[in-house]
Write a protein that binds this ligand. Structure first.
Ligand SMILES: [Fe+2]
Ligand SMILES: [Fe+2]
Length: 198
């Protein structure tokens, strides 16, 4: 497994832009830190983090073409805001180009852009690491989200989705329905917890 991780790191270094590669390495290490906290397999978390943006070198049009070539179904939402599609094609690449057999890793890559309701721990770890890794500096609530990430992962996912949807709404940008479903789900988890506490 360690050899595979080093091999993948070399491969991605040659394929990603320097800043995307830095982001990738940061995400993979934050994934391992979160995996330590939440009792997940460290190698799986590192692998999922390393590969999460493996389809990033391709532009939107290219990715749409490549998805169609592999018979990956594209939703109307994905065609409207194709920026999320590097997750779907990345999951395909992970399985077919990088020969990753583990479904949990594939799904963590698959859902890292939109999120979804009822994510596995590994899915939540990659989704969160992608948002909080130390190179990130744009989101307004980063300090809060970073402080929650190692305390309550569901609450952290809720805060990330809330911020992302508010930001996209504010810009008048389209929001994928998977993200809306994810937000509704984690909002309910958040409110149930608040009810129990209060
Ligand atoms: Fe991504
Ligand atoms: Fe990313």
């Amino acid at each position: 497994m360690k050899d595979l991780i080093l091999e993948l790191r070399n491969d991605l270094k040659g394929r990603l832009t320097p800043s995307r590669f830095e982001h990738t390495i940061s995400v993979s290490f934050i994934c391992t830190a979160l995996a330590m906290r939440y009792g997940c397999d460290l190698n799986k978390a590192e692998l999922a983090g390393l590969l999460h943006d493996c389809a990033k070198p391709y532009g939107d049009e290219d990715i749409i073409r490549k998805c169609r070539k592999q018979d990956l179904l594209l939703t109307d939402d994905e065609l409207r805001a194709p920026v999320v599609l590097h997750a779907k094609y990345g999951a395909w690449l992970a399985a077919h180009k990088y020969r990753i057999k583990d479904e949990e890793i594939i799904n963590a890559i698959r859902w890292h852009t939109t999120g979804r309701a009822e994510m596995s721990i590994l899915e939540k770890i990659v989704f969160t690491a992608d948002y909080i890794e130390p190179r990130r500096d744009r989101a307004v609530n980063l300090a809060l989200v970073r402080s929650v990430a190692f305390v309550d992962l569901d609450e952290c996912v809720y805060q990330i989705l809330k911020e992302t949807l508010d930001y996209l709404d504010g810009k008048g940008s389209f929001v994928d329905s998977m993200s809306k479903q994810a937000y509704a789900y984690y909002k309910q988890v958040h409110e149930e917890k608040k009810g129990e506490q209060g």
